[in-house]
Design a protein around this ligand. Structure first.
Ligand SMILES: [Zn+2]
Length: 146
């Protein structure tokens, strides 16, 4: 499982500046950006729902001295807003770490002898015939930047 360990280390470096528990790191590594966006949408829908409850309570209290206590809704909105912030931060981290590695970035390795870019499954270099013992893993973004 060297391949996955190296991917993990690589991702870990990018997240070092951010306080992350192991659980958060796993979520960052394995949740894709589209699924994070969906979760943000769900939280935004939840906030709207709470606003409606508050609005209805305020309207119901119109014209009388009844106390419309919306503390529960305020709390739910704050929780949802915090989750959205966290989800957005995760998306940023993934972007900074080279995009959605779990889905999009194809993993390749570079021949140490001739520099040819090869598929991660390659056992031999197709250009110079180098046999791979150590697996050198890079992601596609590193390759294009060189
Ligand atoms: Zn080669």
């Amino acid at each position: 499982m060297d391949f996955f360990n190296k991917l993990g280390e690589k991702a870990g470096e990018a997240y070092e500046s951010v306080k992350n528990s192991d659980v958060t790191k796993k979520a960052v590594n394995y949740a894709s950006i589209p699924s994070l966006s969906i979760q943000i949408g769900q939280q935004e829908a939840e906030i709207k729902r709470q606003y409606e409850i508050i609005g209805a309570a305020v309207f119901a209290a119109e014209g009388n001295d009844e106390n419309h206590d919306c503390a529960e809704q305020f709390e739910a909105i704050k929780v949802a807003q915090k989750k959205i912030e966290e989800l957005r931060a995760k998306i940023e981290e993934k972007k900074n770490a080279g995009g959605d590695q779990t889905k999009e970035a194809p993993t390749t390795k570079i021949c140490p002898d001739c520099g040819k870019e090869l598929g991660e499954e390659s056992l031999f270099c197709s250009k110079c015939g180098h046999k791979f013992n150590d697996i050198v893993v890079v992601d596609a973004q590193d390759v294009t930047e060189e």
